[in-house]
Design a protein around this ligand. Structure first.
Ligand code: PNS
Length: 161
């Protein structure tokens, strides 16, 4: 099975990485794809997010990194994948994720959404909280890969100049 793990990944966290590792173990090929979302104002550009993903996913041989514009289901079908992977942290994620999964199913019935529960240690990690913590110089070690921690610090230093 070929699956797509889509997201904003602004930036990738240890929570995302755990889902990537476990999903990669379930499918033949996993494409981790950054959504180019015109509604959001990301901290990192698409090439920066793709770069960080490439760096931290290098050990996983069946994981590819990509980005996409437009509707997720069109992209999934276009690259010949059969499933969408999403991580679920808490009940608060459920409403939005369920809504998206049902809408995607309606748009392309052949594409399945597979949910993986977040590891209990990662339930509270989110990219937005990490960005907020970094802005206030709070420690984020163990919440993101070391290279991402560096990039976050560098980015926020630059932005605060
Ligand atoms: O990491 P995120 O921000 O929670 O990821 C959300 C994402 C990118 C998976 C979602 O916004 C998406 O699929 N965007 C692409 C546009 C699309 O297909 N929208 C309709 C979803 S039903």
């Amino acid at each position: 099975m070929k699956a797509v793990y889509p997201g904003s990944f602004d930036p990738i966290t240890n929570g995302h990485l755990d889902i990537i590792e476990r999903a990669a173990g379930l499918c033949d090929e996993l494409v981790v794809s950054v959504a180019v979302n015109i509604e959001k104002t990301p901290l990192f550009s698409v090439p920066e997010r793709v770069d960080m993903l490439r760096e931290v996913c290098a050990p996983y041989k069946n994981v590819k990194i990509d980005h996409f514009h437009g509707l997720l289901v069109d992209y999934v079908e276009g690259i010949g994948a059969q499933a969408i992977v999403r991580g679920l942290r808490a009940v608060s994620d459920f409403d939005f994720e369920f809504q998206m999964a049902l809408m995607n199913k309606r748009l392309k019935p052949a594409v399945e959404t597979v949910f993986l529960p977040a590891a209990s240690d990662n339930m509270f990690i989110s990219s937005s909280l990490l960005k907020e913590l970094s802005k206030f110089d709070a420690p984020i070690k163990d919440l993101v890969p070391p290279s991402v921690e560096e990039r976050l610090k560098a980015k926020l230093r630059k932005d605060n100049r």
